[in-house]
Design a protein around this ligand. Structure first.
Ligand SMILES: Nc1ncnc2c1ncn2[C@@H]1O[C@H](COP(=O)(O)OP(=O)(O)O)[C@@H](O)[C@H]1O
Ligand SMILES: CC(C)(COP(=O)(O)O)[C@@H](O)C(=O)NCCC(=O)O
Ligand SMILES: [K+]
Length: 246
């Protein structure tokens, strides 16, 4: 019999791999840039029968995962964006063009609230998707905090950056600080625009937040509309539970 301890969930983002057992899907997944960490994890468990996979990279980036699973007799279930599932209807004309991470973020978010929502994934890119009455209205893709900073450095000669990740809106008093606070303001601006957009629909809504940089929004914690989530692995968890455990 397959249990939630035999299933591993794997999110292949543009920066990092995130993974956990289905039984741990409520906790922070392990994040790593090295595929070997995932393979060691699988080998430590010894009893993995299924691997649920979501990737936004090119096919060759996940070939190694398929090969490693074949060697270990683990069934790989790779998820792709769908037109409709779990009561959510995708607005894309060609849903295959939508990153599966965005689709899974909606699948996760729809389980966390019965209300209208927007789901914001603050990762390499920032994606925002709006859903009202199960209908995906559409979304936004913008550069994430690090990508924004890098684009600025690449396009200028005298702009420098530091490694600080601000956690509230403030002003800079030197170049590095101005870059960090400015890019923070841009990220926060995406959030405020999303609130503004959904508020204009005159509907009560929740906000589901995830991604490696979601800590930037920690200061908003007291807003009852906000639900932090491990979007992609929890979207995968929903698929895995419905396909293998019911
Ligand atoms: N240890 C870390 N290594 C890399 N990025 C990190 C780390 N901790 C936080 N981050 C932040 O997380 C972001 C990537 O978020 P993540 O959700 O993992 O991206 P993706 O799903 O696109 O791979 C980076 O832009 C970075 O600012
Ligand atoms: C927008 C993304 C790059 C976000 O990826 P991430 O930041 O999570 O690594 C990814 O969802 C993607 O490659 N999407 C394809 C284009 C689309 O969704 O329309
Ligand atoms: K993202």
């Amino acid at each position: 019999m397959v249990t939630d301890k035999n299933i591993v969930l794997v999110d292949v983002g543009n920066t990092r791999f995130k993974y956990c057992l289905l039984s741990d899907a409520e906790n922070e997944p392990t994040a790593t840039e090295n595929l070997s960490d995932l393979l060691s994890f699988i080998d430590e468990q010894q009893n993995i029968s299924h691997l649920y996979l979501a990737s936004v990279r090119k096919a060759d980036a996940v070939e190694q995962i398929f090969a490693a699973c074949e060697q270990r007799n683990i069934a790989v279930e790779e998820k792709n964006t769908e037109r409709e599932a779990f009561g959510i209807k995708n607005s894309y004309e060609n849903e295959k063009k939508m990153g599966v991470d965005r689709w899974l973020a909606m699948v996760c978010a729809a389980e966390k609230t019965q209300k209208a929502f927007f789901v914001m994934d603050v990762g390499t890119a920032i994606t925002v998707d709006f859903v009202v009455n199960g209908q995906h209205l559409g979304g936004w893709i913008t550069p994430g905090f690090q990508v924004m900073k890098q684009a600025l450095l690449n396009s200028t000669k005298k702009v420098y950056a530091n490694d600080e990740i601000p956690t509230s809106l403030s002003l800079g008093n030197d170049t590095e600080e101005c870059v960090a606070t400015g890019c923070y303001a841009a990220v926060y601006g995406v959030y405020l625009s999303a609130v503004d957009y959904l508020s204009s629909k005159q509907t009560d809504f929740d906000i589901i937040l995830g991604g490696g940089d979601k800590k930037m929004f920690a200061f908003l914690e007291s807003d009852v509309r906000i639900r932090p989530a491990h979007l992609v692995v929890q979207g995968l968890a929903r698929y895995a539970r419905s396909e293998l455990l019911t």
